[in-house]
Design a protein around this ligand. Structure first.
Ligand code: ADP
Ligand code: MG
Length: 254
């Protein structure tokens, strides 16, 4: 087993009176691809959002590559990091959303180099070379100068993945990356994700694509009501779920 890359240690989060994450313990190894499945409202998006401190947790801790997210420890106390240091941590945690969130007034290449140039301070020419390479890697060699409105949803999502890669992330979190796509465009995005997995990228993927989860993911975690109910290999979770609730959920999505 490789070194741990993401560690959730007794993570809890509430929205007011609503407990959205309850005592989450999970270790994602370096190079591991884990998918999160479960009913709507079970806390999957919130769990991902906590990893890059888009949401704050009430109890427990999250570390990425050994670094405590959002806080620094001093003895038994944890102090919130200044915004600037949180931004630095966030920069190395890629996130890909259902809605691609590209800048409409920028070309594909400009979208990809925006953060490397403005957040990391990489010289523009260097960033352009890297950005072009990444767009080639996601199969968009001929779309560098295209604006999002000229691209299909699948192409836009691949630009979004190239944009995440441009920050040389330690991990990439995918929140239903293919849910907004027409069915015929899903495959091209999953293919890119499959190749990232083969290259050893650590990934957490919220998805309803069970065949992707089965083929590509090392483990599947089933969430319900803010808890990870079971977490095991795809074969065990999909073919032989230990819990009735997992079975009921799977019978609806498969
Ligand atoms: P999932 O991604 O599994 O569908 P979410 O993480 O989006 O679930 O949501 C978990 C629960 O938290 C849901 O009950 C949802 O309504 C609630 N929730 C999510 N975001 C907020 C928010 N900003 N304020 C209050 N409640 C929220
Ligand atoms: Mg969600």
């Amino acid at each position: 087993m490789s070194a741990p890359m993401i560690v959730f240690d007794r993570v809890s989060k509430n929205y007011g009176d609503l407990a959205v994450l309850r005592d989450i313990n999970l270790t994602v190894a370096a190079g591991e691809v884990i998918s999160l499945i479960g009913p709507s409202g079970s806390g999957k998006s919130t769990l991902l959002r906590c990893v890059n401190h888009l949401e704050r947790i009430e109890r427990g801790s999250i570390t990425v590559d050994g670094e405590l997210i959002g806080y620094r420890r001093n003895g038994n106390h944890a102090y919130e990091l200044p915004e600037k240091l949180i931004a630095r941590q966030r920069a190395r945690i890629g996130m890909v959303f259902q809605s691609f969130n590209l800048f409409g007034h920028m070309t594909a290449l400009e979208n990809v180099i925006e953060a490397p140039v403005h957040v990391l301070g990489i010289p523009r020419r260097e960033a352009e070379n890297l950005g072009a390479e990444l767009l080639v890697r996601v199969g968009l060699a001929d779309k560098l100068k295209s604006y999002p409105r000229m691209l299909s949803g699948g192409q836009q999502q691949r630009v979004a993945i190239a944009r995440a890669l441009a920050m040389k992330p330690k991990v990439i979190l995918f929140d239903e990356p293919t849910s907004a796509l027409d069915p015929e465009l899903v495959g091209e995005v999953l293919d890119v994700m499959r190749s990232l997995a083969a290259d050893g990228m650590t990934m957490m993927v919220v998805t309803h694509e069970m065949s992707f989860a089965r083929e590509v993911c090392h483990r599947i975690a089933f969430m319900e009501s803010g808890r990870i109910v079971e977490c095991s290999t795809p074969t065990e979770v999909l073919d032989n779920p230990a819990f009735e609730r997992t079975r009921t959920f799977l019978s609806k999505v498969q």
